[in-house]
Design a protein around this ligand. Sequence first.
Ligand SMILES: [Zn+2]
Length: 321
Amino acid sequence: MATIQTINGPKDSSELGPVLNHEHLTSGMGSFERLGYYNREDAIRRGVEALQNAYDVGIRTVIDCTPLDLGRDELLFDGIAGKTPMNVICATGVYRWVPMPYAAWDEDGAAAFMLREINDGIAGTSIKPGIIKLAWDIEYQLEPLRVQMEKMARGAARAAKAAGVPITCHTRPADYHGDRLLDIFEEEGLDLRAVTIGHTNDSTDMDYVLRMAKRGATVGLDRFSPRIDEAEQERRSRVALTLVEAGYAEQVCLSHDSASYSINGGPPSGGVRPENPRAFCLVSEVQIPWLKAHGVTDHQVDAMLVRSVRASFEAAAAMKK
Ligand SMILES: [Zn+2]
């Protein structure tokens, strides 16, 4: 058992139910609302609708993986909290390109920033992040950025240990980020079960995917958006099936990496990206039925939707000294 912070206040890990481990209620950039590019009321309305649709197909918890520099909006959470039956866990941490102010910090400075949000709440509100987001992508190939990104990873690890909260990683599997991240987290003394190596179903290299599970990490098969075609959906479901058949269902979590409201990826003329209000339902409506048709049992489905994420929160809580 572990206490987990949600936008509705603390919950016990046993209360999470089926979880989508990686979604976004908004995605964009901080301060865009001041420039008229972000309509909070619209974002609240769309968020409540998308969460309700997911709730209606059985999901009970959604993890919003949007840190400050990806446009996280605590007032959006505040507006949604009373209007949804869904548990929503929000994130501190850092997105892809390490923002300039962070670049001057050392590992402990980065950890202190995350711990302040975790312990005191976001921007003077009572909303506390329940998880740490860390994003590595193609910019990791650039040496000066790599130094910053590795520093953020160590900062995230130290905050995770001090606060007893898990880390969820956006990775680019084509660059095998999971290997390096797990090395760093091991050096920092983390229980790797408290780390989700996300977007791993972008990978077509099953040796890599299985290696993440063998090393003890939680494996995020958390990209299953309505934008991908049916053949690619099936390929992604096969990644899950392979892990289940190899005995790793308890370490797999499933999600879409969709947004209910997004400025990123909008039309060329600017504006909000048209989002599918059922974008948080595809795992339940398409992927789970496919897996069951291919021999996956209800117990294994529960491992992926309920027990894996719960276990990662409990492993994180156990690290807190
Ligand atoms: Zn994401």
